[in-house]
Design a protein around this ligand. Structure first.
Ligand code: ATP
Length: 358
């Protein structure tokens, strides 16, 4: 029996609701499969935990997480903690501490889901976000607080090693997709140093991937292309900040933030990778039982694939698509289903698959 150790960090807001739903579906899958087992440990690290103790992650926290095969993360962010404190307190220390430099964000309009675009069915993208440096390197400072000469700097950091490894990751992924097309997103017209190096290294790496076609697009222009010509994009590689923004747009164009998954990968597998829905804490719907768990289910499928359980991942995606096609939607997608009823529907679809196969 293959056994995987999963660290679940539900976090804040709707995080605990969707992570519980995700774990229920994963449990069902493992039971039905019979070939693998998940041993899950829940970590209570959240903004409430921080407000009680003054820290999100205990001193030995990363050391403890290192023992796991994967991290299943909900959301972080609370109304009574500044966003930069919660983000730098929980999510970023894990992503940076475990060198999860490749953030993978697939976007596709699932069956039955209505995209705000007329040609939404053409969306089939994977956005690769550089996840370890760039604009979110944490390099800066603030002096002379409160004085008229108060100064703040926030310097982007681009290293050859960091840029090369993310471009190589993007080319590897693009090479495995049917269309084999990779778009470089940049802003090298206005930013003459880091972004110019970002472009140069992309085209150096491109020489190693003659089968992958490429193009280069400014970040502002790519937003219009996503909306007007979605069919022209396949894999997109962008910096930490650019991809952060583009993937929210991609999620909205795919129907809802409640659907979009993401994986923070340490491709060399020295450290565990982290899987999370793109959405945040969503305070407006917290505790109402109507959070869409589909993003977390899709996230769980990405986690299973990373763990080597491709068949289970495919079964889970098929079950998700079966219930979206049947119109089992939470209110964000225009339906009246609840987190619990969508979860039940997916578990039922999984059970039907087993019956059909028998
Ligand atoms: P963050 O800054 O952490 O990314 P945010 O405040 O920008 O978070 P979210 O918390 O993701 O954004 O919420 C944005 C909107 O999308 C809210 O109206 C929220 O209710 C909705 N939303 C987000 N996730 C879901 C979900 N899983 N199901 C239903 N609606 C969702």
């Amino acid at each position: 029996m293959r056994e995987y150790k999963i660290a679940a960090i539900p976090g804040d807001g709707i995080g605990p609701e969707v992570i519980s739903a995700g774990l229920q579906v994963l449990e069902t899958l493992a039971e039905q499969d019979g070939g693998f087992k998940l041993s899950v440990e829940r970590f209570p690290w959240s903004s409430d935990y921080y407000l009680e103790r003054g820290y999100y992650i205990p001193t030995d926290g990363l050391e403890r997480l290192k023992q796991f095969d994967a991290i299943f993360f909900g959301a972080v962010g609370a109304l009574n903690v500044p966003d930069h404190v919660s983000l730098w307190g929980l999510r970023l220390p894990i992503a940076q501490g475990f060198d999860q430099y490749a953030n993978v964000r697939p976007a596709r309009v699932l069956p039955g889901v209505r995209s705000p675009l007329v040609n939404g069915k053409d969306i089939d993208w994977v956005i690769i976000r550089e996840n370890s440096e760039g604009e979110y390197a944490g390099n800066g400072g603030r002096t002379h607080r409160g004085l008229p000469i108060e100064t703040a700097t926030e310097t982007s950091v681009f290293t050859r090693a960091g840029v090369e490894r993310i471009h190589r990751f993007a080319f590897e992924l693009a090479a495995k997709r049917p269309r084999k097309h990779l778009t470089l997103v940049t802003k090298s017209n206005a930013q003459r140093f880091g972004m110019v190096m970002w472009d140069e290294i992309f085209f150096e790496v491109a020489n190693d991937y003659p089968d992958v076609t490429t193009d280069r697009e400014l970040v502002d222009a790519v937003t219009t292309r996503m909306v007007l010509k979605p069919q022209t994009l396949d894999v997109v590689v962008a910096t930490n900040l650019h991809a952060d923004i583009l993937s929210d747009l991609a999620a909205a164009l795919s129907g809802s933030l409640g659907i979009a998954p993401t994986a923070n990968l340490n491709p060399e597998r020295v450290f565990p990778s982290m899987f999370e829905p793109i959405h945040g804490s969503a305070f407006d719907i917290t505790g109402k039982g109507i959070a869409n768990p589909v993003a977390t289910f899709w996230t769980a499928a990405m986690m299973l694939e990373h763990l080597g359980e491709k068949a289970a991942a495919d079964r889970l995606m098929a079950a998700i698509e079966q219930i979206t096609a049947a119109g089992v939607f939470t209110p964000d997608l225009g339906g009246t289903a609840t987190t619990a009823s969508v979860t039940e529907a997916v578990c039922k679809a999984l059970a039907q698959q087993v019956k059909k196969a028998a």
